[in-house]
Ligand binder design. Structure first.
Ligand SMILES: Nc1ncnc2c1ncn2[C@@H]1O[C@H](COP(=O)(O)OP(=O)(O)O)[C@@H](O)[C@H]1O
Ligand SMILES: [Mg+2]
Length: 335
C-alpha cells in the first residue's frame, strides 16, 4: 500500500471509530493467517487495528469480548476494545479499501512475552489458572478445527513428484508424522468443555511495564482446560526441544493458583494435533488455490514453518511427563 493510501486508511479508520482524524497515521505491524494488524496513531494516542481479511464472525466477537471482561475481573489483563460510535466492535472498510471488517484496540507497548524469561512459567501458570478458574459455560459447540480432521487428500496436496514446490517436498516427508497425529484426534466430551481463549501463545502476550496483557481473543470458544493447557505448554516450551523445567514450574504455578486440569496422554493432545493438521491442510489448499494467488507466498512460508516444527508423539509424551511431575507423577490434581 502506498503512503497516500496509508493516509486514506488512517482517515477512514478514524471515521469508523469516531476519532478526530487530524494527523492520523497507520503503520503495518504484522500479518497473521487471519488478517493484517496496523498501528494507528492519532492525537498522541495509539491503537492496534485488526483487519480481518477472511470476514468476521460477529457472534465470535461478542463471545471473545464477554470472556475478556470476565477474565479482566480475575486479573487477566487485555487491551480495551474501542467501539464504533454505534456501540459495535466491528467497523467495515469501504470496498475501495478492501471491504474488510476491522476492529480497534488500545495499543499495548512492550515486547512479546518470552518463553525463556525467568518469570514466564510462573506468570503463564497463573494466567491459565485464572482463565480456567472462571469455568464459564461454553454455549456454542466447539469449532471442528479443534476437534476433528476431515478426510484430507494429502497426496493431492503434495502434488506430482516431478513438479513439487519446496513446501510440497516437505509435506511428503511429513506424511507419516501427520498420519500419526491424526490418530490422536478425538472430539472433546461435552461435560469437560468450558469457555477457553484457545490461542495462548507468546505472540499473543505483550509484556508491558504493568505486567502481561493477553491479546487476540478472536478464537475464544468451547474447549477443555487440559487440552488448552497441553497446547499452551507445547507452544511455549516445546518449539526448540522440550524445556521440562519450565513445564514443571508452569504446572506448579498453575496448581498453586487453583488450576485443576490434568494432562491425559490419550486425550489432552487431540486439540493440538487437530489444529496442526487443519492448519497444514488449510494453508496447503490456499497455496494451491488459483483464485488466491496473492496469498500463495505467505501460505508457503507458513507451511514451511509449521512443517519444520511439526510435533511428534514423543514430544507429546515428554511434555505430558514433565507436566505430571508437579503432581508427584501420579496425575492427580492438587486438592
Ligand atoms: N492491542 C495491541 N497492542 C500492541 N500490539 C498488538 C495489539 N494487538 C495486536 N498487536 C500486535 O499484532 C500482532 C497480531 O495481532 P493478533 O491480534 O494476535 O492477530 P493474529 O490473529 O494475526 O495473531 C500481535 O502479535 C501483536 O504483536
Ligand atoms: Mg495472535
Amino acid at each position: 500500500m502506498t503512503e497516500r493510501s496509508h493516509e486514506e486508511l488512517a482517515s477512514v479508520l478514524c471515521d469508523l471509530f469516531g476519532l478526530a482524524a487530524a494527523g492520523a497515521d497507520v503503520t503495518p505491524v504484522g500479518r497473521g493467517a487471519m488478517g493484517q494488524v496496523w498501528r494507528l496513531t492519532v492525537s498522541g494516542a495509539s491503537y492496534a487495528v485488526k483487519e480481518h481479511l477472511w470476514g468476521v464472525d460477529e457472534r465470535a466477537v461478542a463471545r471473545g469480548a464477554a470472556f475478556q471482561r470476565a477474565a479482566d475481573a480475575v486479573g487477566v489483563r487485555s487491551p480495551r476494545n474501542v467501539p464504533t460510535p454505534g456501540g459495535g466492535l466491528v467497523g467495515h472498510l469501504p470496498e475501495a479499501l478492501g471491504g474488510s471488517g476491522v476492529r480497534l484496540y488500545e495499543w499495548q507497548e512492550g515486547p512479546a512475552a518470552r518463553p525463556d524469561a525467568a518469570e514466564t512459567p510462573q506468570r503463564l501458570g497463573k494466567l491459565m489458572a485464572r482463565l480456567h478458574g472462571l469455568a464459564l459455560e461454553a454455549k456454542d459447540p466447539p469449532e471442528p478445527w479443534y476437534e476433528t480432521v476431515d478426510e484430507v487428500d494429502w497426496e493431492h496436496l503434495a502434488g506430482a513428484s516431478a513438479a513439487r514446490q519446496p513446501w510440497q517436498e516437505q509435506l511428503v516427508e511429513a506424511l507419516p508424522g501427520l498420519r500419526s497425529l491424526a490418530a490422536l484426534v478425538t472430539p472433546s466430551k461435552p461435560d469437560d468443555r468450558i469457555l477457553c481463549h484457545l490461542d495462548v501463545q507468546c505472540s499473543n502476550v505483550v509484556d508491558t511495564d504493568r505486567g502481561w496483557v493477553l491479546l487476540d481473543w478472536d478464537d475464544t470458544g468451547a474447549g477443555c482446560a487440559d487440552r488448552e493447557m497441553a497446547m499452551a505448554l507445547l507452544r511455549w516450551f516445546a518449539s526448540d526441544g522440550v524445556d521440562g523445567d519450565a513445564i514443571g514450574r508452569t504446572m506448579t504455578a498453575y496448581r498453586e493458583a487453583g488450576g485443576t486440569a490434568v494432562l491425559d496422554p490419550e486425550r489432552s493432545f487431540a486439540m493440538h494435533a487437530a489444529s496442526c493438521l487443519n492448519f497444514v491442510a488449510a494453508q496447503a489448499r490456499l497455496a494451491l488455490d488459483d483464485a488466491h494467488a496473492e496469498h500463495h507466498a505467505d501460505a508457503e512460508k507458513r507451511l514451511i514453518n509449521v512443517l519444520t516444527a511439526l510435533p511428534d508423539l514423543a514430544t507429546y509424551r515428554e511434555v505430558e511427563r514433565f507436566a505430571m511431575s508437579c503432581d508427584g507423577g501420579k496425575g492427580g490434581a492438587a486438592t
